[in-house]
Design a protein around this ligand. Structure first.
Ligand code: NCD
Length: 306
C-alpha cells in the first residue's frame, strides 16, 4: 500500500495506512526478530542539512535492524551543497545510489521539492518550521501504546508553537481523529500559526489558546512540551527573553491527572526539569524508542518488503 510512496507531511497517508504502520511497529516491538533481514541489500541515504541526533540515529538504527545499510551526511559543510550544488541535483544523485532517501533541511518546502526530482521515495525528516511527519508517527504510536487509543483526549502543546514543526505536524494529524480537544500554551510571540488555528476552526475541533500551563494542566491527558527553537529566531534577545517561559517541574506535575503522559520530541533544554524524569508519567524516553519501531515499519512498508 505504501510501497514507493514519499512522506512529506502527515496528510500524505490515510488514517488506515497510519494504523497499519502502528500495528506493524507494535509487532516489531513485541518480536525484535520480526523483519530482521527484510531489507538486506537495500540502501538508505540520510541527507541531513541541519543538526539531528534522534531522527538520524533512529532511521539508521531502523535500517540496520532491518538488515539494510545506510550512507549519507550529517553536516552540510561536508557535502557538495557547500560548493553551491542545488538540492535537486543532490537528491537526483543520492537516488541513483540509494533505494530511499531521508532528508532534513532548514528550508520549508525542501522535502516536497526533493520528492519532485527524486526517482526514489523521499521521507521528510523536518523542513524548517514546517513539518516533521515521522516525529508525528512516533508521537501517535506513543499515545496509542500508553493510552490505548487516539480518541477522546485533550492534548496540551506547550512552548514554542510558532517555530516547532513537530507541533504543526501533530496538531494537523490529531485533527483527523475522533473527539480530540487541544490546548495551545505559549507566550503570544510564540503562538501557533494562524494556518493551524484556521484549519482547526474549519474542522470544528475544540481548542483554546492560553498562556497558563498551571490552569490547563488539570484538564490534560497528554502534555506535549517543546524546546524554544533558537535557530529559527531572528534575534538572540528575543530568544533569551522567551526561552524559560515554561519549565515543567514537580510542582506543576502535581496539578496533572494520574493518567497524564508527558511527551517531548527532544532534545530538551530547560523546559522539563530533570526531577520530572523519575515520574512514571514522563514518557519522552519511551517515545524516542517507539520512534525507531515506527521508522522500521515505515522503511519496510515503503520498500515493499512486508
Ligand atoms: C525536533 C525537530 O527536529 O524538530 N527534534 C526531533 O526530531 N526529535 C524537535 C526539536 O528540535 O526541538
Amino acid at each position: 500500500m505504501l510501497e514507493g510512496r514519499s512522506l512529506i507531511e502527515p496528510g500524505n497517508f490515510s488514517l488506515e495506512e497510519m494504523d497499519s504502520l502502528f500495528c506493524l511497529a507494535e509487532k516489531i516491538e513485541q518480536d525484535e526478530k520480526y523483519l530482521r533481514e527484510s531489507c538486506r541489500g537495500r540502501l538508505l541515504a540520510t541527507l541531513f542539512f541541519e543538526p539531528s541526533t534522534r531522527t538520524r540515529l533512529s532511521f539508521e538504527a531502523a535500517m540496520l535492524r532491518l538488515g539494510g545499510s545506510c550512507l549519507g551526511f550529517a553536516d552540510p559543510g561536508s557535502s557538495s551543497a557547500s560548493k553551491g550544488e542545488s538540492l535537486a541535483d543532490t537528491v537526483r544523485m543520492a537516488a541513483s545510489y540509494a533505494d530511499i532517501i531521508v532528508m532534513r533541511n532548514p528550508k520549508e518546502g525542501a522535502a516536497l521539492l526533493a520528492s519532485r526530482y527524486s526517482p526514489a521515495p523521499v521521507i521528510n525528516a523536518g523542513d524548517g518550521g514546517h513539518h516533521h511527519p515521522t516525529q508525528t508517527l512516533t508521537d501517535l504510536l506513543t499515545i496509542r501504546r500508553l493510552l490505548g487509543e487516539i480518541k477522546n483526549l485533550t492534548i496540551g502543546f506547550c512552548g514554542d508553537l510558532k517555530f516547532g514543526r513537530t507541533v504543526h505536524s501533530l496538531a494537523k494529524a490529531l485533527a483527523r481523529y475522533d473527539k480530540i480537544k487541544m490546548a495551545f500554551i505559549s507566550p503570544e510571540e510564540l503562538a501557533v500559526p494562524e494556518y493551524i488555528t484556521r484549519m482547526l476552526h474549519k474542522q470544528q475541533i475544540e481548542f483554546i489558546e492560553t498562556r497558563s500551563l498551571e490552569e490547563t494542566m488539570p484538564h490534560l491527558d497528554v502534555l506535549y512540551m517543546t524546546r524554544v527553537q533558537r535557530e529559527r529566531f531572528f534575534n538572540e534577545e528575543d530568544y533569551i527573553r522567551l526561552k524559560d517561559t515554561y519549565v515543567l517541574n514537580r510542582e506543576k506535575m502535581d496539578l496533572g491527572k494520574n493518567r497524564l503522559i508527558i511527551l517531548h520530541p527532544l532534545p530538551r533544554v530547560n523546559e522539563i526539569a530533570v526531577e520530572v524524569d523519575a515520574d512514571p508519567r514522563a514518557a519522552y524516553f519511551r517515545q524516542a524508542k517507539y520512534g525507531m519501531y515506527v521508522r522500521m515499519a515505515l522503511l519496510s512498508s515503503i520498500l515493499g518488503v512486508v
